[in-house]
Structure formats: C-alpha cells, structure tokens
Design a protein around this ligand. Structure first.
Ligand code: ZN
Length: 319
C-alpha cells in the first residue's frame, strides 16, 4: 500500500500539573516520539487550591505538608510555580479571605472554578505559542474529573481542538476504520482469508459480517442457512451451526482484543444485525483475555441501545 500509519502521542491525567503540560508540549514540538498528533485523553484540571497567605512582610503556604515562606517577589513566584507544578492552584489571598471562603462553600467553589478556567486559558495560550507552525495538532478530550466550565475556554483555543463528542476523521478520512484491518492472530485455515471488496484478503469484515457468518457456515456444513437460523439451529444443539458460531466468537474476540490493545476503551458497543445474538455478550469476553495485553480485562461488551438501526442513527447524527 505504501502508506505509513499515523503515530499518536497519547497523554492523560495531568491534573493541572504545569510542569507536565510543558513537558508534553516540548515532547510534541521537538517530535521526541516522532508523533504526528497529540491526543490528550482526559483530566486536565486539578483538584485543590493552595492558599498563599499575605502575612504583611511575606507570603506563607503549606505545600505537600510543608510550610513555605516567600519573602521576595522571586521566592513568591517560585512558590507559586512549585504549587502549579504539583497540580494545585496557588491562591494569593489573605487570612480573612481564607476564613470567608471556608465559611462559604458556594464562593469557594466559584473561586476554584475560576482558577481552573484561568489555568486552562494559560495552557491554551502556551500551546499556541509553542506549537504554532509545527504541524502537530493537539486533540483534547476532557475527562470525568474536568468541569464543563472549561469547554468554552477550550473552544476558544487558537491551537488545541476539543474533539469530545465529535467525529475525528483523521488525515485521510479513515479514522476508526476497523473492518478492513486483517483478522488478527489468524489460524491456519484463516490465512490468507477470503477476498474483500476493498482489494485485500482476510479483512475483519470478511469474517464478522452477517454474509460472512452465512458463508462460513455454508462452507463447513454444505448447505445454506440465514444468520438468524444458524443461531436458532445452534440453540437446538445442531453441531455445524454451533461450530460456526463458536468460530465467529473466537474471531470477534481476537478482532476486539486488538481494539482494546490500541484504545483500551471504557466500553465496547456492538451494532449491526449480528449484535442481536445474545450469547456474544457472555462468550466473547471469556475469550478475548488470551489476546489482550493485560492481566485483567473487564471491558463491558454491550448491545447498541437501538439494535440494528444504531448505525443509521449514528450516521444521521453527522448531519
Ligand atoms: Zn477489506
């Protein structure tokens, strides 16, 4: 084919650590990992503020269990930078304000949110400053620990792109293509595999589509059955139908294991006609552990809420 894959630098859970954000930008900018794009996959924001209290001739703070005193502007800047590097928000304040905020959770929360937004705004500016002209895009996906209030700050970013809930088409418009990768870890009789309309052989689609299941059954059993009939025959104890479904499950387990190995998603949702086969949801997760590069695999395998029509509904969302 002559094409080269897209190399991603995937980062997550920085949780407001300024130092790590800067390191990430430097690594991306200098192509340290030869990455074509950065994917920041969740949890940009920090979890706490650290009061830096004005004590007349100095500022005082408790950082990671240690009392710190800053007597000059430089010391104050270093103290605040240390706090930011740890992923906290330095709050320059007075003892009276600290007391007031302690007594008013609403005001405290509001102040916290405003610090979060400010840091995100600074990071977006820093990213634009460091990355402009590099040709390495940064795609962000806020995580479960990030408040929705950062969305408009991200949307205003001149460089980073918030791709949460959006289609990422990729450079060649094929982001997320799975069916035309080869069936992974093929068994002897699965190699080189059936011809695919895309011009290659042994694509996942040539094994895991409805017509593929019917073809596989017909080749082994010598007669033709529609997909739902194969499932019904297997349920009644028909050996050929059972063997075809078992082959289907092993193939699906391998094909999904390769998705887990690359993306490690929180859930895998099956759509299409064959997603109505109940037994897949129990059998496939029993099998994929042999292929996933992790000791534990607890990824839920779920049926699409709208069954067979889920693909059409998803496509309709694009317009
Ligand atoms: Zn193909």
């Amino acid at each position: 084919m002559g094409t080269r894959g897209v190399r991603l630098y995937v980062v997550s859970d920085i949780h407001a650590s300024e130092k790590v954000w800067r390191k990430m930008l430097n690594a991306a900018r200098t192509r340290m990992y030869r990455a074509d794009a950065v994917v920041y996959a969740g949890d940009l924001t920090g979890k706490a503020m650290v009061p830096v209290v004005d004590a007349a001739d100095s500022f005082e703070a408790e950082v990671a269990g240690r009392r710190r005193v800053a007597r000059t502007e430089e010391e104050l800047a270093r103290l605040e930078q240390d706090i930011a590097n740890l992923g906290f928000y330095a709050l320059r304040t007075t003892a009276e304000e600290v007391e007031r905020l302690r007594a008013d959770p609403g005001a405290l929360e509001e102040r916290f949110r405003s610090e979060i937004r400010r840091r995100i705004g600074e990071w977006m500016a820093l990213a634009a400053d460091r990355m402009e002209g590099t040709g390495v895009p940064i795609y962000l996906i806020p995580g479960n620990d990030d408040p929705y209030e950062i969305d408009d700050v991200l949307a205003a970013s001149p460089y980073c792109e918030n791709v949460d809930g959006r289609v990422v088409e990729g450079r060649n418009g094929i982001g997320g293509e799975w069916g035309h990768n080869p069936l992974p870890w093929p068994e002897a009789e699965e190699w080189p595999g059936p011809a695919c309309y895309c011009g290659l052989t042994g694509c996942i689609e040539t094994y895991l589509s409805g017509p593929a299941l019917e073809r596989d059954y017909a080749q082994a059993a010598g007669d033709r059955l529609a997909g739902p009939d194969i499932v019904a025959h297997a349920a009644r104890g028909d050996a050929a139908a059972e063997a075809a479904l078992a082959r289907y499950e092993r193939r699906l387990a391998r094909a999904l294991a390769s998705v887990v190995n690359v993306l490690d998603p929180d859930v895998i949702v099956l759509g299409g006609g064959l997603s109505s086969i109940d037994r897949l949801y129990a059998r496939v997760p029993e099998l994929w552990g042999d292929y996933v590069f992790s000791d534990v695999v607890d990824t839920p395998l779920r049926r699409a809420a709208h069954g067979e029509t889920s693909g059409v509904r998803g496509a309709a969302w694009l317009w």
